[in-house]
Design a protein around this ligand. Structure first.
Ligand code: AMP
Length: 215
């Protein structure tokens, strides 16, 4: 099993890039998507995490790790992309142990983006409530305003994509990312990608990185 760990601030395009790799048989595991599904379905987990998510704060490491563990242990896809996990050094350590136990290997990719661009991206983000496809009114709008190209249903704005909450999420990200980079920097080479490029340019760069990893 090979994992690509996508690190980067909120709205840097981790989810979009992971989706663009689906035709190459990479499967995305997004803790944010999985948590939002729990909130939408009003599960016990959903009730526990909704408030923290709406404020832009991290939910407990135990809850997200349990979700990730289930996916990695019971998943059958050998090529996985982690979007939004790990978010701090403790999560990285938990993941490291799990990866070792599973005999898997991994590569870390960091998508970098300025705060100004992060705010523009996040406030422009729209999501299909049915298939979770991600659009952006500035860069990748749907063909018909506010309607998913695939499902024909209305697009929604994430509750945590308001400017106030985005600023909180940026703070949380900047506070934790140095520890994460230190952790992975000691173990593994981190591939850096410029998140200000277009989605297709970033996609091409990531494809090259994947190719080099497979060599
Ligand atoms: P995302 O979709 O990755 O931006 O995540 C949305 C929200 O879900 C975050 O602001 C957190 O509240 C929560 N979340 C997602 N992944 C994690 C994680 N690995 N650790 C803690 N909270 C998370």
């Amino acid at each position: 099993m090979l994992l690509f760990i996508f690190l980067g601030p909120p709205g840097s395009g981790k989810g979009t890039q992971a989706d663009m790799l689906a035709p190459y048989h990479w499967m995305k595991i997004s803790t944010g998507d999985l948590l939002r599904d729990n909130v939408k379905n009003k599960t016990e987990i959903g009730k526990q995490v909704a408030e923290m998510m709406n404020k832009g704060k991290l939910v407990s490491d135990e809850i997200v790790f349990e979700i990730i563990k289930n996916k990695l242990v019971h998943g059958h896809n050998p090529k996985l992309l982690l979007d939004g996990f790990p978010r701090n050094a403790n999560q990285a350590q938990l993941l490291e142990k799990l990866i070792n136990n599973l005999g898997a290997s991994y590569k870390v990719l960091l998508i970098e983006l300025s705060d100004e661009e992060i705010i523009k991206r996040n406030t422009g983000r729209r999501i299909c409530q049915k298939c979770n496809k991600i659009y952006n009114i500035h860069f990748s709008p749907p063909r018909v305003t506010n309607i998913c190209d695939e499902c024909g249903v209305d697009l929604t704005i994430r509750k945590d994509d308001t400017e106030e909450v985005i600023r909180e999420r940026i703070d949380v990200y900047r506070k934790e990312v140095d520890d994460l980079l230190k952790f992975y920097g000691q173990k593994n080479e981190i591939a850096h990608v410029n998140g200000a490029l277009s989605a297709s340019e970033i996609h091409d760069t990531i494809l090259k990185i994947i190719e080099e990893t497979n060599r």
